[in-house]
Design a protein around this ligand. Structure first.
Ligand code: ACM
Length: 266
């Protein structure tokens, strides 16, 4: 199957501009599964709840979700994207999995990073796995968002539920994650796709620089795709998701069967 990432610099608080950028970058691309960055509809650096309210939408029928549905249908491929979600009077840093038929599943970020705690409620969906139909096969995919990577429990929970591909929309500012995804992929024998935004945001006296460098890693820890640090781009590669079903590290070690859950409670 064809899987990959789209990385770009979202325009702060402008869903329309972000939809246009995504449409332009995706044009002519063939994919079965494409992952976009965290908060791709809104940008990141909020300074008040009015902005957050303006930049967010309800899932599944907001403007950004509808645009993703159109793109998914047009390209006959699944799309995972970060999205700034409003739900009643509260907000979640969420991601959606959109199918070409228009179905939308969502995940709400569990491990909030730094000032995100001011704006977003902690995710309450748990880590779930969904089957996507790719040609004649079914492939299990899961979602986690950015800082979730630092908690090995996130990827492990998804892998224990059968995820073959972990989709990982990100807005990374620290330099560690892209290298660490080697371990998340290897220790779970899964594919991981980290789609990380690029560019700077400077607002309300704060400034953040996002590190780009999106990565797709295979179950043996090979880097199949490595993005540039600062360019808008959409990169796709062929993968065989069945590789993630084999959890053997040696002829005598199957990763999950060898877990000693009598010795630890994680
Ligand atoms: C992050 O979780 N956006 C670093």
């Amino acid at each position: 199957m064809k899987a990959g990432y789209l990385q770009f610099k979202p325009e702060f608080c402008s869903t329309d501009a972000n939809i246009k950028k995504i449409q332009r970058l995706i044009e002519g691309k063939e994919f079965d599964l494409l992952v976009l960055p965290e908060l791709a509809n809104s940008g990141y650096l909020f300074s008040d709840f009015e902005e957050l309210n303006k930049a967010s939408e309800e899932i599944p029928n907001g403007k950004f979700c509808n645009a993703l549905r159109e793109l998914s249908k047009h390209h006959s491929g699944y799309i995972v994207s970060g999205i700034c979600e409003k739900a009643g009077g509260i907000f979640f840093n969420s991601s959606v999995l959109v199918s070409p038929e228009g179905t939308i599943y969502s995940y709400r970020k569990i491990h909030l990073f730094a000032d995100e705690k001011k704006w977003f409620s902690p995710g309450d969906t748990g880590f779930n796995v969904y089957e996507i139909a790719v040609k004649d096969t079914h492939v299990k995919v899961g979602m986690m968002i950015c800082f979730d990577w630092l908690y090995p429990e996130s990827a492990r929970s998804l892998a224990l539920k059968g995820a073959q591909i972990i989709c990982h929309p990100s807005n990374l500012v620290m330099p560690y994650c892209q290298r660490a995804m080697f371990t998340r992929a290897l220790e779970n024998h899964v594919f991981t796709i980290t789609a990380n935004r690029t560019g700077k945001e400077a607002r309300g006296g704060d400034e953040l620089e996002f590190t780009g460098g999106s990565v797709m890693v295979d179950p043996k820890g090979n880097y199949l795709l490595e993005g540039s640090l600062d360019k808008d781009e959409c990169e796709i590669a062929d993968i065989d998701p069945a590789e993630a079903l084999n959890k053997d590290i040696t002829p005598n070690n199957e990763i999950f069967q060898d877990r000693r859950t009598d010795m630890y409670s994680l």
